[in-house]
Design a protein around this ligand. Sequence first.
Ligand code: AMP
Length: 279
Amino acid sequence: MQVVRTRAELRTALAAAPRPVGFVPTMGWLHAGHVSLVERARADSATVVVSIFVNPRQFGEASDFTQYPRNEARDLAMCEAAGADLVFAPPVEEVYVPGFDTTVSVGAIADPLEGAARPGHFAGVATVVAILFSLVGAERAYFGLKDYQQVRVIRRMALDLALPTEVVALDTVREADGLALSSRNARLSPAGRAAAPVLHRALEAGLACVRDGERDAGAVRSAMAAVLAAEPLAEPDYVSVADPDTLEELATLDEAGGALLSLAVRIDGVRLIDNVRAP
Ligand code: AMP
């Protein structure tokens, strides 16, 4: 496995790389969720590229960016074990060149949910992913459905800007107690970690409601909110039952019960998100 840090080194390494190329963009502090993406890329591709870059432009609060966990040596060992051929781990100035002054802003799909809670977040994500797609030139790139709206935003951008990389989305990897793996879980206190599976329990309660035939979206939201309310360490940011295509909040579910149930909750100060598709 080769590690490169500059655009020029990346270009040289990729010139000789067999096709197709599979690409997994990450912000590091890797876990089994990231590994599932790298393993799928390995199965699909002749060359697997992973990027490790904590993108300053997608963080609202500077403290969130500086507190983001980092451990490159451990990440590189995990990339190698999962079958990566090439890791691009650039300093900020190799991604954002001097004088950088362009932003990719995706429209309506980036407005609700995470977009509303974190102004500028998806412009930061779309911009860095556009740069990385352009630098890596992969046939396919792999993303996790844990960040469902992110997948939708990137798919929209790739289609609209005719980017030649196909976006592949994979299921959320969870701990045994249902907690979705996330780099942010490392910041949970022991009490926070014990409380955090409440997100998954709330989603399961919403899902059970839909499966029992409930079609009033407000009732499904209430069922999820009631589970969160029973956990003193949980401060809900949003509880959503939305159209899975547009991400607009639903009043009523269709006959089949198709919806995206999603949550953002602060647990002991750490903001976690999760979602499931109903029915
Ligand atoms: P991040 O390093 O948090 O930017 O995540 C990099 C990629 O890993 C994104 O496509 C995420 O959606 C994906 N990812 C994060 N957590 C999980 C998980 N628990 N299961 C599957 N994919 C995940």
